[in-house]
Design a protein around this ligand. Structure first.
Ligand code: HEC
Length: 248
């Protein structure tokens, strides 16, 4: 008899997926410490409002809901380097109530209101409309730097080493690195003006029209060269546009 009692007690102490009658549920949380402190702030607000108690377990624990950065469930907030999703594992009144609440105005306010040093650490998730597949850059950085200096450096400031040799009115690589879509632009630079007039990409661009030859020494590179260039550009620190203007 004693053994049975012990087992029952154990089951009671260990957090386990709660039943609907208990007015509580188990939420699995990732390790990230920022998430822990955010939850210290957010969860009591929910419980106060709804009297639904939330028991937390680690990411692997048995749970009714799970917060994750793996794109499972609905996006609920972003910060600490990721977009965070809420997965519903057990569908009941309490878990439904929580997912409704966190997506509601008071839930959003609880998330964005968490500002320990006066700065909000988390924001609402940006709704990502198109599924973007970001292909990793696998080019050669050193080769990319050399190719950039030889091919682009006569017009663009690539880095400190050609600052004096480039054309001042042409945007520097560091400046173009500030564009949100810098990678798209670099990967397609040969169709963006003024480049088509003098650029040949092997197996990609058409030969120059004999009636309109390149006005300057033409540039001929391959797609592999371009991959190296883009891989190098990824390492360039974007120009600090917020820096105060020193002098005019
Ligand atoms: C003959 C001069 C010249 C060379 C060589 C040149 N560029 Fe440019 N590039 C320009 C100018 C001028 C602009 C600005 C065009 C504008 O503002 O409309 C520009 C703009 C760009 C842009 C931004 C385009 C846009 O529309 O957003 C990219 C990206 C770029 N260059 C990449 C390169 C790369 C990579 C190379 C070398 C492989 C290169 N350029 C070589 C003159 C040049």
């Amino acid at each position: 008899v004693r053994f049975v009692i012990c087992v029952c007690l154990l089951f009671h102490i260990l957090p386990s997926p709660a039943t609907a009658q208990e007015k509580s549920f188990v939420l699995a949380l990732p390790e990230a410490p920022e998430i822990g402190v955010l939850m210290d702030y957010v969860l009591p607000r929910f419980s106060l409002k709804t009297s639904v108690r939330i028991t937390r377990v680690g990411a692997d624990g048995p749970a009714d809901m799970a917060l994750n950065a793996q794109n499972i469930g609905m996006p609920v907030f972003q910060g600490a380097g990721a977009v965070w999703y809420l997965e519903t594992i057990t569908n009941n009144d309490h878990t439904m109530r929580f997912s409704d609440w966190i997506a509601s105005e008071p839930g959003s306010r609880a998330i964005t209101g968490f500002a320990p040093e006066g700065v909000a650490l988390f924001t609402l998730p940006e709704i990502i409309q198109t599924l973007e597949i970001i292909v990793p850059l696998t080019g050669d950085i050193a080769m990319g730097e050399t190719l950039s200096l030889t091919n682009c450096g006569r017009c663009h400031v690539v880095n400190e080493s050609n600052r004096m040799k480039a054309i001042g009115s042409t945007p520097s690589f560091a400046l173009m690195r500030t564009f949100e879509d810098w990678r798209d632009r670099f990967e397609t630079f040969y169709v963006l003006n003024p480049h088509p007039a003098f650029t040949q990409i092997k197996d990609v661009t058409e030969a120059f029209d004999p009636a309109r030859p390149s006005p300057i020494v033409p540039m001929a590179i391959t797609l592999d060269d371009l991959e190296d260039i883009v891989t190098y550009v990824a390492t360039i620190v974007p120009a600090d546009l917020g820096a105060p203007i020193q002098s005019q």
